[in-house]
Design a binder for this molecule. Structure first.
Ligand SMILES: [Zn+2]
Length: 135
């Protein structure tokens, strides 16, 4: 595994705070900056989002927000938001979409993410491990 970091800016002007639209915009623009293959991931950061983040499941792109722009959505710590979204990139679904398999304190559960839990229970850990080492 090679760990390589590359920083750049992405122009999200005119998109607003809708994370689904921001994610699509990032995915459409990022390939012009870098070649995406294997486990390469691209994380876009925005100041405000419709919640804490969004990612393509088992994909390459995610967007995280410094803070939600709606009063009813709790603001997760930034490191928790990026770990949660990166987990989606490696195939982990949210707890509510995991058919009861995620049944312990887990970062894929919105409640525990909000509380700052930075770990996965066995089910999500095994999904992520399998996907990280797959080519
Ligand atoms: Zn889990």
């Amino acid at each position: 595994m090679y760990i390589l970091e590359h920083y750049n800016k992405w122009d999200a002007s005119g998109i607003g705070t809708n994370l689904s639209q921001l994610l699509d915009d990032l995915a459409n623009e990022a390939p012009s900056y870098i070649d995406i293959e294997y486990n390469d991931i691209v994380i876009g950061w925005v100041r405000w989002g419709s919640n804490n983040g969004m990612a393509y499941l088992d994909g390459h792109y995610a967007v995280c927000a410094e803070a939600p722009d709606v009063w009813y959505w709790p603001n997760w710590q930034d490191d928790i938001a990026v770990q949660h979204e990166m987990s989606h990139l490696f195939g982990a679904q949210d707890t509510v979409e995991s058919c009861g398999n995620c049944n312990d304190e887990c970062i894929m559960d919105y409640w525990y993410a909000w509380q700052g839990y930075a770990h996965w229970e066995w089910y999500h850990r095994s999904i992520i491990d399998d996907n990280i080492w797959r080519q």
